[in-house]
Design a protein around this ligand. Structure first.
Ligand SMILES: [Zn+2]
Length: 361
């Protein structure tokens, strides 16, 4: 803390201030005190997480961007189903609100969150801890890595790409962005253009989230152990800019939207994988994974012919550079998994103790 600065008020003090502020401001009074207190509690938790070092610093909320609230201490009688597709939930100050019953509401649900995205769509999410996905018990290990031009490469040779906007949609987005730049501030037209942009971007986000969910589920179902690069010690050899030895192509193109989409897909994929396959994701040191030949094991910094092609000058192995890297990741991950069972744990840093499920006899 800076000298001379008082410490910020804690949760109890903030609640007292809230009561005062509600007495003074009608607009604040119009809102639910339960919701307002809950956001103070969430903020206290966020600060505690930040101080503990497990999470980043909580940021400010922006109108139109981070709209939503959380309701806790939900009773079973607060939720009811009206028909196959329609449910209703009791929300303080708002009464019974209908929602689309898109999936089963978990038993004994204690809280839910209502959000509104930038495209103006409302969502309700009931909090539940999902069951992890069972391992296939085949003993199969996969290496997964973020590729240069693909979202994820698999050691099986599969290249996975996050569905982005189609070319026609990208062109429309570009037109809208230009239109926005010309629109007068606070004009009706500006609002309309902004909403249209938000809808297009929401479409992109929806596709990415869908891809991340499906891909992470499939990986967790197909493989016992999944090796990924440990991003904390990630080297930059696979950035779009490339290295001195292997300069990237289409740098400008990759530097923009494209790369952001790929990156967002990849980050989400690893996070969800760890949730869905706890203890089965092995994070490996990425050193040399892109420059080692997965066939003969020789580290050759000039084997990377281009961003896309790996050609070993020692054994002649030629293949997709991303896939070559994932095979190295797979082999390291397999080594870690075996070592975790066998005893020798000098294979390098791992965040989580890997657990290799033995195949069924
Ligand atoms: Zn080789």
């Amino acid at each position: 803390m800076e000298p001379g600065r008082k410490s910020s008020p804690g949760f109890a003090e903030q609640c007292r201030q809230l009561t005062e502020a509600r007495a003074e401001f009608a607009w604040l009074r119009a809102g639910s005190v339960v919701v307002q207190q809950q956001s103070l509690r969430d903020f206290a938790q966020a600060m505690a997480n930040f101080v503990a070092g497990t999470h980043g610093r909580p940021g400010f909320r922006k109108r139109g961007k981070h709209e939503g609230f959380r309701i806790i201490a939900v009773k079973a009688t607060d939720i009811r189903r009206l028909s196959r597709n329609v449910g209703e939930v009791r929300i303080p100050k708002a009464g019974w609100i209908r929602f689309r019953w898109s999936r089963p509401v978990p038993d004994g649900v204690k809280s839910f969150r209502v959000t509104r995205d930038r495209a103006g769509r409302w969502f309700i999410a009931f909090a539940a801890i999902p069951q992890p996905i069972a391992a296939p018990r085949t003993g199969e290990v996969a290496g997964v890595d973020r590729g240069v031009t693909v979202s994820a490469a698999l050691s099986t040779g599969e290249l996975l790409i996050v569905p982005a906007l189609r070319d026609s949609e990208k062109a429309r987005l570009l037109r809208l962005v230009r239109k926005l730049a010309r629109a007068m501030r606070r004009s009706k037209r500006r609002c309309a253009v902004k909403a249209a942009i938000a809808r297009l971007k929401a479409r992109e986000t929806d596709r990415r989230k869908d891809w991340v969910e499906k891909t992470s589920t499939q990986l967790a179902q197909r493989f016992d152990v999944i090796g990924v690069e440990n991003l904390k010690i990630r080297n930059m050899t696979r950035s779009a800019r490339g290295t001195k030895d292997a300069p990237g192509k289409n740098v400008r193109q990759k530097a923009g939207l494209n790369r952001a989409v790929l990156a967002a897909g990849w980050g989400g994929l690893v996070t969800l994988l760890e949730h869905k396959a706890p203890g089965r994701v092995v994070k490996v040191d990425p050193a040399f994974t892109s420059r080692r030949c997965s066939a003969c094991g020789i580290v050759d910094r000039r084997a990377r012919e281009s961003q896309a092609v790996f050609r070993c000058r020692s054994c002649g192995f030629t293949g997709n550079a991303d896939v070559n890297a994932t095979r190295n990741i797979r082999d390291i991950a397999a080594g870690h998994a075996v070592n975790a069972r066998g005893g020798d744990r000098d294979a390098g840093p791992v965040n989580r103790e890997p657990r290799l499920v033995p195949p069924l006899a």
